[in-house]
Design a protein around this ligand. Structure first.
Ligand code: NZQ
Ligand code: ZN
Length: 399
């Protein structure tokens, strides 16, 4: 296990009914929030009206910004930041999935600094390089996740797309940690099967990516990661079958928060290579992040992990998928098959060509994956870094 420093400063309130205390908790941060939601779900499910009523009852005047799209864009963030500045908002309240929470972090930073949010993102590697401005400060933020997926509710990461260049990249900084996160599993009962599947694949990916290429001796993190993977596989299927399965939804929600937290990841010295390879898919084709990860993961296992770390893949199979095969190579192959079957049971069966991806687009995507997601395709220092040819080969296997 490598040395590490950890800070997990978000105050989390977890449980069914926790949303009802929103007003009194919001009051501790200010009196005029920018209330940020997506364009559709929060209205359709009645959650927006419920949140507005709770705020009103606490004498909090919220300014609504309901324009966040899935795979949120820098232009939308800039519009939200301008609205927050115009109204003198003193904190940001994010009610939605990872897209809403990521955009809200960015709005919280840009509203305070007045800078375009793109200043904080990597330059387009296929264009001119630009200076990267670190995030120094941000308005306080409350997150209310409505999908169990990204863990954005309690981390300091924001992932945005600059649509003109199709650059999808993340930036982070301690100032982006939400002050308060209200995790009420009931708010996820309305998530449809398709999105539950994508979200569960995303949680799985956050955990397995660094688990599979981890430094040795990470026994605590391995135990936590293996439990989380087992639970996500089991409870994703329950939630898909019965959307208001409270125990399944609660399990997925807490697993999403912990899966990308230091409790599972610290001390591994490992990055998330597959996330770097996926981001061009959602950045260029606007694909759902979790679906892209699931499709790419199978050839990633076959082409990279089977050669580099078969013993870790085998261990994941034995401890998370109940595979009882002694030989590591054979067990690792059986693990890939078990993951494929889980995806299929969740309804993830597509190829990249189903989303319009063509062979001639692959070299550019791979180049972007290496450069924009550079951190993402970085392996352990002792191991190899994925190059563009290897990434093209992974994409090709998914066409
Ligand atoms: O757009 P609206 O109307 O809000 O509807 C959303 C959206 O269509 C809908 N939805 C949300 N809550 C719902 C619901 N539908 C019914 N009932 C509810 N309760 O679900 C759709 C997907 O929402 P989205 O927020 O896009 O999904 P997710 O939570 O998976 O977030 C994905 C985004 O997060 C980024 C991804 O790249 C992607 O942009 N990530 C953020 C990370 C982080 N901050 O740490 C890490 C992740 O790896 C990921 O990269
Ligand atoms: Zn993810």
């Amino acid at each position: 296990m490598l040395s590490f420093e950890v800070s997990f400063p978000t105050q989390i309130f977890f449980g069914i009914g926790e949303i009802n205390q929103l007003g009194e908790r919001a009051k501790t941060l200010g009196c005029k929030p920018l209330l940020v939601t997506g364009g559709n779900a929060a209205k359709r499910t009645g959650l927006l009206a419920r949140v507005q009523a709770l705020l009103e009852a606490a004498n909090i005047e919220a300014i609504l910004f309901d324009k966040i799209e899935p795979n949120p864009r820098t232009t939308t963030v800039d519009a939200g930041a301008a609205l927050a500045r115009e109204h003198g908002c003193d904190f940001v309240l994010a009610v939605g999935g990872g897209s809403v929470m990521d955009a809200s972090k960015a709005i919280a930073a840009a509203a305070l600094s007045g800078r375009p949010i793109y200043d904080y993102m990597r330059g387009n590697p296929l264009g001119t390089a630009k200076e990267l401005v670190p995030v120094q400060s941000a308005l306080p933020l409350i997150t209310v996740p409505t999908v169990a997926a990204t863990g954005s509710e309690a981390n300091a990461i924001s992932v945005l797309t600059h649509w003109e260049t199709h650059e999808k990249s993340s930036f982070n900084g301690p100032a982006l940690f939400p002050k308060i996160a209200i995790l009420d599993p009931e708010l996820t009962f309305t998530v449809p099967a398709r999105i539950t599947a994508e979200a569960s694949a995303d949680i799985f990916s956050h955990i397995f990516e660094s688990y599979l290429i981890s430094a040795s001796g990470t026994h605590v993190q391995d135990g936590i990661s293996e439990s989380l993977i087992r639970l996500v596989v089991e409870h994703s299927l329950k939630a898909i079958q019965q959307p208001d399965h409270a125990e399944a939804r609660a399990t997925l929600l807490w697993a999403s928060t912990l899966g990308i937290s230091p409790f599972a990841l610290a001390g591994r010295g490992a990055s998330m290579p597959l996330h770097g390879i996926e981001h061009p898919l959602s950045g260029i084709y606007d694909m759902a992040h979790g679906r892209g990860l699931a499709i790419l993961s199978l050839p990633y296992f076959e082409q990279i992990i089977l050669a580099d770390r078969p013993e870790r893949l085998a261990r994941m199979g034995r401890n998370c998928f109940g595979i009882d095969i002694a030989d590591d190579q054979a067990c690792a192959r059986a693990t890939i098959e078990a993951v494929r079957q889980w995806y299929e049971r969740m309804g993830i069966t597509e190829r990249l060509s189903d989303f319009g991806v063509t062979r001639d687009a692959l070299p550019r995507m791979a180049e972007e994956a290496v450069q924009i997601g550079g951190r993402g395709v970085g392996y352990l220092p002792s191991s190899h870094k994925l190059n563009a040819a290897e990434i093209v080969s992974i994409y090709e296997a998914c066409l």
